[in-house]
Design a protein around this ligand. Structure first.
Ligand code: UDP
Ligand code: MG
Length: 334
């Protein structure tokens, strides 16, 4: 069988209450395109009936594929496995809890056909989520936006359509701590957004409790910013300035208030400030080396080629010459 036109990827972690309706809504939307499609589900170590339900669907409908993880590896790894197994010309990532309306896929496809290679969904409004989740999400996206080097669009999740070229490029990035929406921005290509209202979960509870959210934020920050390795330079600078200013200030105060002022402590204070400033400065320098080591071990491709012209038998749009193995590694990356 030749490859389908569209692949839809849905990571599944304890979603027994959502699978049936997800399947029927995706069928309805995708059948209306009159083109071929597949639904690649990744069971991320669910402990409920999710796996059986997926297997039943796959037995009845050859368009349904199931990748079953040996344990829970996490949402981003599950999406990665989906990308590795998807064969469509365009690939759509969607949450299984119907917070991302499948109907929006049609609009994404339209944009894709108009020439965009990444179409991400922007959450205009969010329904059915607590104030804490809303507030932390808002702060999170704005913080990421400010301190990272790539322009990750505000208020987007992983709900997006990607062209095959983009998926191939993503597959050449095998870093272990993955922040897929950031990686997609980093890659480049022609990107655009469509907006939607994020609904409440259809069934079940969020699989992102606070702990997982914090870890996710750390992956985003450490994956795309060296800011935490650079903060101490500011502190070092402030301490240094204070140390330098302290000397004349103390001298003047001694003249004015008499030589007994602060006694021997003044020397200690100035020495401590100076030493701390030096130590932080050299920590910063070490941080710069660590950032470079990190760049090397992560082994991201140096660049992503969108297309070439004038070469004889060069295939169009390759995911960089820098990646050592063009084949995706067989392991799921966990
Ligand atoms: N998910 C997963 N593994 C996990 C956590 C979540 O595959 O460890 C899936 C989950 O089944 C859902 C998607 O990732 O399809 C998004 O999770 P969730 O809806 O809980 O996140 P939220 O929308 O609350 O941010
Ligand atoms: Mg959700």
């Amino acid at each position: 069988m030749s490859n389908p036109r569209y692949s839809i990827i849905a990571p599944i972690y304890n979603e027994e209450g959502n699978i049936q309706i997800l399947y029927s809504r995706i069928c309805e939307v995708m059948d209306s395109t009159d083109e071929t499609w597949e639904l690649v589900t990744v069971n991320d170590g669910s402990r409920d009936r999710s796996l059986e339900m997926l297997q039943e669907l796959a037995a009845k409908d050859p368009r349904i594929k199931v990748v079953n993880f040996a344990r829970n590896f996490g949402h981003q790894i599950a999406v990665t496995a989906g990308l590795d197994h998807a064969t469509g010309d365009a690939v759509i990532i969607i949450d299984a809890d119907l917070q991302d309306p499948p109907e929006l896929i049609l609009e994404m496809i339209e944009r894709w056909k108009a020439g965009y290679e990444v179409v991400y969904a922007v959450r205009e409004e969010r329904h059915g989520e607590g104030w804490f989740k809303l507030l932390t999400a808002k702060i999170f996206y704005r913080l990421i936006y400010r301190i990272t080097d790539v322009n990750i669009p505000l208020d987007t999740g992983d709900f997006r359509l990607m062209d095959r070229k983009v998926v191939n490029a993503l597959q050449s990035m095998r870093e272990h701590n993955r922040f897929i929406r950031g990686m997609t921005s980093w890659i480049g290509f022609k990107q655009t957004g469509v907006s939607y209202v994020r609904q409440a979960r259809f069934s079940g509870e969020t699989k992102y409790p606070l702990g997982k959210m914090v870890r996710f934020a750390m992956d985003a920050i450490t994956g795309f910013s060296y800011f935490p390795l650079q903060i101490m330079i500011y502190v070092s600078f402030v301490l240094g300035v204070v140390a330098v200013l302290a000397i004349p200030i103390i001298a003047i105060l001694r003249v004015v208030l008499g030589s007994g002022f602060l006694g021997g402590q003044a020397t200690i204070v100035v020495i401590t400030l100076t030493l701390s400033a030096f130590q932080l400065f050299f920590l910063f320098i070490m941080g710069q080396y660590i950032a470079r080591i990190y760049d090397e071990v992560r082994n991201r491709p140096l660049y992503i080629v969108a297309s070439t012209d004038g070469f004889d038998s060069q295939p169009e749009a390759e995911a960089s010459a820098a990646s050592p193995s063009p084949e995706p590694e067989p392991e799921a990356g966990g």
